[in-house]
Design a protein around this ligand. Sequence first.
Ligand code: 3H9
Length: 703
Amino acid sequence: MSEVVSYELKDNIGVISVNNPPVNALAQSVRSGILQAVQASQNDESKAIILRCEGRTFIAGADITEFGKPPKEPGLTEVLAAIENSSKPVIAAIHGTALGGGFEVTLACHYRCAIETAKVGLPEVKLGLLPGAGGTQRVPRIAGVKFALEMMTKGNPIAVGKALDVGLIDQIIDGNEINQNAVEYAKNLVESSAPLKRIRDIEINGSDLESGFFDQARKQLAKRARGQIAQDRIVSCIEAAVNLPIDKGLERERELFRELVMSPESASMRHIFFSERQAAKIEGLAKATPLRSINKVAIIGGGTMGGGIAMCFANVGIPVVMLEVNDEALERGLGIVKKNYNITVQKGRLAADQMDKRLELISGTTNYEHIADVDMVIEAVFENLDLKKEIFTKLDGVCKPGAILATNTSYQDVDAIAEATARPEDVVGMHFFSPANVMKLLEVVRGEKTADDVLATVMQVGKRIKKVCALSRVCYGFIGNRMLSGYGREAQMLLLDGCTPAQVDGALENFGMAMGPLAMGDLAGLDVGYKARQALTNLPDDPKLYRMGTLLVEMGRYGQKTGSGYYKYDPETRKRMSDPEVESLIVEEAEKLEIDRREISDEEILARCFYPLINEGAKILEEGIAQRASDIDVVYIYGYAFPVAKGGPMHYADTVGVKKVYEKICEFRDRYGEEYWSPAPLLKRLAEEEKSFAQWDKERSGV
Ligand code: 3H9
């Protein structure tokens, strides 16, 4: 048929095989191959047709790289129509994941069988899209409106058992002989003269929906979606499925899909999809770099961080030993882990027997000799360089040759830590984010002497424990925390200049941040930043700098834990409320500092808070701390809850225009001084050349 699609007859069953690695995405060649195969099957002696895939998965969706480019014939709709109108039953045989357009192809088939481990799903919403090849019209017809809404607005894959229960697949087949079993299933259908089941012919019954159901759904989703539009459009499509004949519904779906595919939101989310995968790749490292095998891990330190990291490994079946200084600390550490698992069980997100299995994988010790056999150690004690060095010297003394020695430090010099051992090539940074068992980001910090195979192994381990990895070189705070200082500084400066805390946080939350920086400070504890600042010797001598944060701590307002900080908190619900006392204090302080408070727009709040991130990001790129601008975006999306619909700070700079960002920073420099607002040379250069960070990435990687 074509290079990527073949067709053969097997016992009077036509078998269409797709072979387009890595994930059999529906590129133009696949679409046209399937179309030709279906057409050919109509005139041969086949009695039924199977659609299956080679490789690790069934079709995982449309080819995302084709979005935003001129469409190429045949469109997916044409392929689906050929399948649906086939005069012989077409049966999808699913293994791996049938996702997005891939699952929609199966919904145009007359029957779907799948092996036990397969999953199906419509994850388009995670790319700022909606299922655009009939999914919004066909799923509610089989599985009901409410199920369809949940499935498409969350976008999570569904296990085959559940899919069978709701009718999304018809038969589970044994995965050992998938091809033969699919042929047998097809033959049975032929022998029993099974009808050509077309989902489009199913009548939808919307009468059991409560009145106002769709409006209510929109309202609820608007809260969850934080400014994203895809969820809303999915509701509109399902509403159309209920109220319109299917062809009209499909038209509506196509119209809204086109709107979304052109939206900045989807462009940002597609950017992150590819950036996330790119970030795990280390420039200059051969693909064939050998990996060290990691079968047992030790964590030094049983605090919140150490416990969270231990859970990451136990969750994927890797045994972990937690090491603490004494029995009491160890017991406390293991107790926290148990408590965390218990909460997950209580929330119904983990079965009790699963929890037991995971807990069995976590053991404890107070003796370094007991971790001599582990393949990887992750040190997660508090941020004290001398202590960390001492620990690494001990590890060097006991750990077997070839063990990877990692530090979870957020700020300290990984090279100095490595020098405390006689094997600096085995030392690396693995910077987890709190809570480590929840947050997706893992900053992998490459020391001066870290060996290539250590880096490659850590990247692979990161993927195994379900983290998104990004590589950083050594500098104070690495990529993420180094960029953060200007963000927090400006949030506080804005108060003196004229904002209330609610206004600053509100502007950033409306932009899509999960929590504004001041509320975040209250959550983390204002005393934490206060102490960290006291340890810094190079801060400008400026009474405005961190004035409000410092004053609040000195008043005993540490944030949520003391019931008040920038806000006051309801002791029961922890609901945050504006505090007139703080607002008056801000005005008083501004007066003392002779600052003329003025009205400040949301646009200025965004620029003052985000442009320092972008500026520092540009410096980080130029210094080679980060490999790519897109890696910085990944760090901010997965480590700092930057809204994925905005694509990360560097992508955001590209959407605003690098030149505009540069000019604004120059304006702020002239207004507020060079020590805070000194434009990065790379930003200046890109602005002058009218280039984006994406172009910079491309030019550097030679793509
Ligand atoms: C859609 O279908 C719209 C329709 O409703 C309407 C159309 C009209 N396209 O993730 P991995 C690449 S929207 C192009 O590391 P895994 C990926 O970049 C789509 N490329 O593997 C990577 O490349 P590289 C709805 C794709 O085993 C390589 O494949 N579908 C696509 O960990 C391996 O990927 C989705 O959103 C694609 N669709 O996970 C599913 N998918 O090696 C998206 C992957 O150069 N895909 N690549 O870095 C996934 O969720 C995961 O890739 C999957 C495999 C679970 C399938």
